[in-house]
Design a protein around this ligand. Structure first.
Ligand code: FE2
Length: 375
């Protein structure tokens, strides 16, 4: 049972930064053409839009993929020395942009800037024959940015500057629906300053906290606070490393990402057994907990709708809170650096993040860390 969920306080005033959800997530990668093939083949994303030399963009190529409500943009530099190339040389593949859907990108910029945000992009209006998209952006932890996207007056495939991405290679979707939450890894003693940033600058609230007693096995300690916007559509847990016997998993990330960055993106599904089965068949690698995890599962979480056998076979984890339960599973890092990974999550009432699974999960992570010689 998760006793740490704080009741959301009723709104005291109007939400100064109303968000309609995640608009897209942009990764800077070493080879966007190949990354797009991977995300289509392995995760079942569909081709949506493209920008590059053929559309008049000289310094980069961007592929936009979509699955239900989730849009993923894969961007690669075309020459050395550019901001994207320098970012990629330092961090490897990773998240650059967590773009948020707004009704008014100009107002989102004004509201956050006057509360102390650092500017990333002054508001712009992009137009083509399909209408207009307004964008603005602010910086967050590490080199990650939030771009505010206003697309209510746009009917094209993605936004001006992009053309429809046509492909003869279209593997089917895997049931991924939308972004549930995105977790940031920040440095020692940096969790609370970033919690304050999300509170003060973006009007988010801390809905859940985990200290190092909740989240430590023998080794891999961390602390975490979950930040949520007013309507709960956007949730950003923030992790920092904690002292343990050996190196924290957050420290390993910080060392190999060479700085703060996005640790994992959790994607929702309505049928985790079917989704995970398809992802595994397509080559996605997941962390595996020992089979003993399932021996007393029902004693720990109470009755669930699913049969235990397929959960055990696929290694799917279950946790319960006061409002229901959730099923979740984590991929291994999707880069050679032990940095970003994905979570697949199915919520059946639960609004928490699987605290009951931390111990089993972190022991699985530590086995991987030890295999890499980083524990
Ligand atoms: Fe998560």
């Amino acid at each position: 049972m998760d006793t740490l969920i704080k009741e959301m306080k009723p709104e005291l005033g109007k939400d100064f930064l109303p968000l309609n959800g995640t608009d897209y997530i942009e990764l800077y990668v070493g080879n966007a053409k190949q990354a797009a093939h991977f995300y289509k083949t392995a995760f079942g994303f569909q081709s949506l839009a493209y920008a590059g030399p053929e559309t008049g963009v000289k310094d980069r190529a961007s592929y936009v993929l979509v699955q239900n409500k989730m849009r993923l943009m894969l961007t690669t530099p075309l020459r050395s020395g550019s901001e994207i190339a320098i970012h990629h040389e330092k961090h490897g593949d990773g998240v650059k942009t967590l773009a948020l859907m707004v009704d008014d990108a100009y107002d989102a910029y004004e509201q956050t800037m006057k509360r102390g945000a650092k500017s990333y992009m002054e508001p712009v209006t992009l137009t083509d024959t399909n209408g207009e998209v307004k964008l603005s952006g602010i910086c967050t932890y590490g080199e990650v940015v939030h771009v505010f996207v206003e697309r209510k007056n746009y009917q094209g495939v993605f936004m001006p500057g992009f053309k429809k991405l046509e492909s003869n290679y279209n593997p089917g979707p895997t049931g991924l629906l939308y972004v549930d939450h995105c977790v940031g890894n920040v440095g020692w003693n940096q969790m609370n300053p970033w919690v304050k940033f999300y509170e003060d600058v973006m009007g988010f609230r801390n809905i859940l906290s985990f200290d190092d007693k909740d989240i430590s096995t023998e080794y891999s300690a961390l602390m975490s606070k979950v930040m949520s916007n007013g309507n709960g559509f956007v949730k950003f847990p923030i992790n920092e490393p904690a002292e343990g016997k050996k190196k924290s998993q957050v420290e390993e990330y910080l060392e190999f990402y060479e700085g703060e960055g996005t640790q994992h993106i959790a994607i929702a599904t309505a049928d985790i057994v079917s989704t995970v089965k398809q992802l595994m068949d397509r080559g996605v690698e997941f962390l595996k907990v020992p089979n003993s995890y399932y021996d007393d599962l029902l004693d720990r979480v109470g009755p669930i709708d699913e049969d235990i056998e397929p959960l055990k076979e696929l290694g799917i984890l279950v946790d319960r809170d006061d409002e229901g339960y959730l099923l979740q599973l984590f991929t291994k890092p999707v880069e050679d650096r032990p940095t970003m990974f994905y979570e697949i999550i199915q919520r059946k009432g639960a609004k928490s993040f699987g605290k009951g699974n931390f111990k089993a999960l972190f022991e699985a992570i530590e086995r991987e860390q030890a295999n890499r010689g980083n524990l």
